[in-house]
Design a protein around this ligand. Sequence first.
Ligand code: PHB
Length: 402
Amino acid sequence: MRTQVGIIGAGPAGLILAQLLHLQGIDSVILERKSKDKIEGTVKAGILEQTTIDILREIGVGDRMDREGHFHNGNYFQFNGQRRHIDLKKYSGGKQVVVYPQHEVIIDLVNARYNNGKDIIFDVENVTLHDIDTENPKIRYCKNGMDEELVCDFIAGCDGYHGPSRQAIPESIRKEHLHMYKDGWLGILSDSAPAADELIYANHDQGFALLSTRTPILQRHYLQVDPHDDIANWSDDRIWTELTERTKTNDGWQVPDGPINSKGIIQMRSFICETMQYGRLFIAGDAAHTVPPTGAKGLNLAATDVKVMAKGITEYYRSGESDVLDRYSEICLRRVWKAERFSHFMTHLLHANSSYDSFQRGIQLTELDYYTSSEAGLRMIAENYVGLPIEWEKAENLKILK
Ligand code: PHB
């Protein structure tokens, strides 16, 4: 089998890329390890920033998001039992975010793919990459017990943190930055009323809490916990007691509760792979970087990576010009580092830290006070939360990109 772009992974990165390429008349084949039901049913994050909203509309898959998503103009930061409103729209020059869960985005993208008359090859095993430093890179895989080979012009590695694509970049030219946080998040879905009109990020001595939402009758909330804790230690009662304590306000407000229908614990980590390209292989999304969820950036970074990749590939086929493709990693990483910085900042600003002395705790509260009251602070939070622009020009003086 032969195609122009072989895409490994049918997550947001792979599916958005396929649609961007299709609109430019460029052919692709998508290979996915999981089943269709699995990718359309897994609960993940829920916030799309303005940059992603724009991309989904541009590629013609924004209709259901526009109809069913919950658009927010701001959010709340809470500390010392008081809530401060961050007017994201006002401080970002009119931009918004939308609560529209990742699996809904996946469903819309899969439908778009089928409407284009194109397929996705699900349930593939033993994916390996070959000849990526030649003009005919290949992907070998196994489907229904048969060994298959896909010959491509380019390979897009959109196969997540554990996928084989990143490993195909020779170790000698790959610099990986991994930072583990000592905290995890316990996430729940509950049949309860929305806590508020917008998300609440709460700092509390007992630990951080986030009150998010999915629909008017289904809520998504999170608690800072030990990442090694066993979910069996967290009864529904204990979860609601903690959520109530950490998010209640001085004027007596309490989070509405209800039956919890799913719960789980994730570890927080920051990870960046420099470089994001080698020969004809380009990696995107979680294959190249992961963020802690505090800044709500994961899916959004995947979307902008493939926007850059699609532009580079399109220019290459149109005019033979490879400037954007040659600088793919540089362009993406400049923005990735900024999103990592913001996610790291939000994590430290909002989470309780048992090793802090009273001075450090005082500084943390003062940072919360400063960022939520100064015009400069509010602008910093707003422009990052709604998504920074892609910077296409050369960044000569950025040491970090070597
Ligand atoms: C979510 O609703 O899943 C969510 C929202 C905001 C975050 C992280 C997760 O920062």
